[in-house]
Design a binder for this molecule. Sequence first.
Ligand SMILES: *Cc1c(COP(=O)(O)O)cnc(C)c1O
Length: 463
Amino acid sequence: MTVELTHLVEAVAEHYRNIASQPVVRPVDREEIVDHLTRCYGGFQEPLPLDDLISDVAYMLGRWGVQVTHPRYFGLFCPGVTLAGVAGDTLAAAFNPQLAAWSHAPAANEIERYTLDFLTRAIGFDPEQTSAHFTSGGTEANLTAVLVALQHLRPEQREGGVAALLRRPTIYISAGGHHSFEKIAQITGLGRSALRMVGIDRRLRLSVPRLERTIHADRARGLAPLMVVATAGATSTGAIDLLPELARLCRREGIWLHVDAAWGGGALLSPQLRVHLKGIEQADSVTWDAHKWLSVPMGAGMFFCRHRRSVERAFAVETGYMPPDAPGAVEPYTTSVQWSRRFIGLKLFMTLAELGADGYAAQVERQAKLGELLRSELRSAGWCIENDTPLPVVCFTHPEVPPERLPAIVQALQGEGSYWISTAELSNGRPVLRACITSFRTNESDVKGLVAALDAWRSVVQA
Ligand SMILES: *Cc1c(COP(=O)(O)O)cnc(C)c1O
């Protein structure tokens, strides 16, 4: 037993030690993986020693997959992860506390509450008035927002479902907003056409005048605007919608304001950066993922809502088999989508405790500064910056590279295994290259190296 766990710790430590000197991605062939599985696991006919298993799984994960914890992964909001976060997830797995009912896991539930209260204050909500919980990710948090907004504004939906709604609820989101809302519109029974994509302004933010016109036109057609989703840190471009203006509009119109800050929420921990999310404190609900800019292992989303009673009504249930409610405690299974649940918050609690609030702020600010460095290095090398955000995600093109050749640069970098960046489309359909500082282990020379590699491949692709 002891020997096997030592082996586990060594496998994790080795990953941390070696990752930076490994390729960020290697060519992969599905057959190679399937062959390996068939050869080594033979239909699970023979039991295997755990030590060997740990080594082999670490080999497979390192060999066949994009290394998202790599300092030269400039990718899709999948972070490098803190060791405290890994420790938290490991302890959560080993003790396996069941958080559904408070009385089954008082310590775990109070640790989550304590952590969420800290982040609630970072948003600018009052912890006394706020309902907050951990979710599997941002998608579940966004789904929760729609369910609670329906309960709050259209309570007849609780018993009667969407069939009880005489006027159809609609949701408004910028064309750069997250596509999870398409699934959510369908899952909630509102239907995908209830999701209204609104155009953006020149800075790629939800256009408030267009939004207002769309809302009025929809009302005139007999629709019932339910929710505006403001994105604070759009997935492709990092654009931050105009939160104070949207809050004013939503108040005037009696519409729920949900702020999707899945990635951008990280800025709230920094005294320097939080100004960019001003207005978030006026939202009705907020999505914030710890497994993005807060650098803890997946999946760790969070949902915050100022209307505690509506959250309780949305998820209340009574059973004959769950333990009785603990007086004064929050019962997770009656205030959220999940029932049985993992101790999601521990990895965030431990990271916060290890870094301290100032240390976390410094980590986030350092990544934002590297984003600035990336922008300035790209500009000096003749690239054009195509997005406008204070957050560390950069969309760029080159005047001498035809747009259809941009993917060839990405393929070349990935083919070498030296850097991982992606392509994206601006909401007007224009292709761009996209690089995001997703790892707290990325440093200045990684950024400068990326720009040098981009420049080298640009000449090849152009020629
Ligand atoms: C990543 C992301 C989501 C989805 O969150 P998951 O944790 O992947 O489910 C939603 N909104 C935005 C803006 C995101 O960046």
